[in-house]
Design a protein around this ligand. Structure first.
Ligand code: NAD
Ligand code: ZN
Length: 239
């Protein structure tokens, strides 16, 4: 089997996508013909959908919350948390996923660039911070309001909105010597560009997943397999 060696001088940047949570029972887009859990993205994850039909958006994200709460981290999430514990201060995990399976597996140095299911925030740009929210809303009248009067919306980056933490992400990519990308189709930007930035900066770039992503040419190494089977034991950490 392939193994990837990590030297004492290496600094690792990991990017994960929906594929790493597939073995935990959470559906990806790709495996359902571009739908997410049976929904068209433009009906549930765009600013226009929120303006037009906030009840529909909340119904979708309430169902995603309920599914994520039922799911458990799989060996892929656990392998990344274990790798981090062996590389203190030299490991950064950026996920496109909105579930919390990485943190439940033990990952610490973690950034959710597309937001988090378990939080809500004001729909207005009023400066109020996101709040923890595990509620599964049956009706829009149950959804709370901010002090400014705005309705709470999911703390999710809708399509056409700017991802969270981009300055930190760019900084981490620029100092990484190894980029590992797991379970993402390479179709959502800017995440699909991260591998190019890392490559331009001289890093080794590894993809892990059952099929080649759209940006496969930018990887120095492709490990074909499911995250939960390929990640455990993949990395050899040199002293
Ligand atoms: P995608 O659905 O476009 O692609 C999924 C990728 O995962 C595919 O390339 C597929 O080959 C791969 N895959 C399938 N099973 C796998 C496995 N067992 N191990 C490893 N890889 C596997 O997903 P994306 O590129 O992450 O883009 C989806 C967007 O939708 C993201 O922005 C994300 O915010 C959102 N999303 C999130 C979740 C979640 O939080 N769990 C789920 C679906 C979608
Ligand atoms: Zn507000």
């Amino acid at each position: 089997m392939d193994s990837i060696s990590i030297a004492a001088t290496d600094r690792v940047f990991v990017l994960t996508g929906a594929g790493i949570s597939a073995e935990s029972g959470l559906p990806t887009f790709r495996d359902s013909d571009g739908l997410w859990a049976g929904y068209r993205i433009e009906d549930v994850c765009t600013p226009e959908a929120w303006q037009r039909n906030p009840a529909g958006v909340w119904a979708f994200y309430s169902a995603r919350r309920a599914a994520a709460q039922q799911a458990k981290p799989n060996p892929g999430h656990l392998a990344l948390a274990e790798l981090e514990s062996r590389l203190p201060e030299r490991f950064f995990l950026c996920t496109q996923n909105v579930d919390d399976l990485h943190e439940r597996a033990g990952s610490v140095n973690l950034l959710h660039m597309h937001g988090e299911l378990a939080k809500s925030r004001c729909e207005n740009d009023c400066g109020a911070p996101p709040v923890e929210d595990h509620a599964v809303y049956a009706s829009l009248s149950d959804v709370g309001r901010c002090a400014c009067g705005g309705l709470l919306r999911p703390h999710i980056v809708f399509f056409d909105e700017i991802p969270l933490g981009m300055e930190r992400i760019e900084r981490e990519i620029l100092r990484a010597t190894l980029m590992v990308v797991v379970g993402t189709s390479g179709s959502v930007y800017p995440a699909a560009n991260f591998v190019h930035w890392a490559r331009q900066n001289g890093a080794r770039t590894v993809y892990v997943g059952p099929e080649a992503p759209l940006n496969a040419a930018a990887f120095t190494h492709v490990v074909e397999g499911k995250a939960g089977e390929a990640l455990p034991g993949l990395f050899v950490v040199e002293a």
